[in-house]
Design a protein around this ligand. Structure first.
Ligand SMILES: [Fe+2]
Ligand SMILES: [Fe+2]
Length: 214
């Protein structure tokens, strides 16, 4: 049973498939996972009782992966994050990069300025994430698996920064909506950016609210 005084992170640990509800209603469950549901809902002007009813109603478990990740031990969870989030997001970053270059080339005359802004913001996100993943894999995770004390503050700050940059990306792409005169590549590229954002949110949740607390 999910209640309003639970933290967002604890509610997901109890019922992993509700991440899709949080995601659809703009509730920050990655960097803001430590907040109480009540605070987060009040901030968004959402009715607490009806929202709780939705959270507590039966749902199909769409997020089997996240569900299974919650039961892994420390080493298994690190392997899971590297395999299903780092690797996947690195591939997405390269694909989006290539598609954005194509879009700038093809649509320069009609959408040059907005695509240039999107691309420069995207590159800031990419430049943050690529070294962040390797830093985790080479510097932070190995001693942590060995049971040594590791201070994760710098990583948590990095998550916050990427979260803010993604919010900006969502805003300047009108929630990843391609323009009416955009081609299929436009649509597909924007969909990939949305996939990237969704995946990063789950990834940060797993690190901030599950792995780093083990
Ligand atoms: Fe990570
Ligand atoms: Fe991270």
């Amino acid at each position: 049973m999910i209640t309003k005084d639970m933290t967002i992170a604890d509610s997901i640990k109890q019922k992993p498939d509700i991440v899709s509800i949080f995601s659809d209603t703009g509730i920050d469950f990655c960097c803001g996972g430590h907040r109480s549901l009540e605070d987060a809902l009040n901030e968004k002007n959402l009715d607490i009782n009806s929202y709780l009813r939705i959270l507590n109603s039966e749902q199909k478990s769409e997020d089997k992966n996240l569900d299974s990740a919650l039961n892994l031990d420390k080493k298994e969870l690190v392997d899971y994050i590297i395999k299903y989030h780092h690797k996947y997001e690195l591939e997405l970053l390269d694909k989006i990069d290539d598609f954005l270059k194509t879009l700038i080339n093809v649509h320069y005359s009609t959408h040059g300025e907005e695509l240039t802004n999107i691309y420069s913001l995207f590159l800031r996100i990419k430049a943050d994430l690529v070294p962040h993943f390797y830093e985790e894999e080479k510097k932070y995770f190995p001693p942590f698996i060995n049971g040594e004390y590791v201070d994760f503050e710098k990583l948590i700050d990095g998550h916050e920064t990427v979260g803010e940059l993604l919010q900006e990306l969502e805003k300047i792409t009108d929630s990843y909506t391609a323009p009416d005169d955009g081609c299929n590549t436009y649509e597909y590229c924007f969909k990939l950016m949305k996939d990237l954002q969704d995946d990063i949110h789950k990834h940060i949740f797993l690190e901030n609210s599950v792995l780093f607390l083990k």
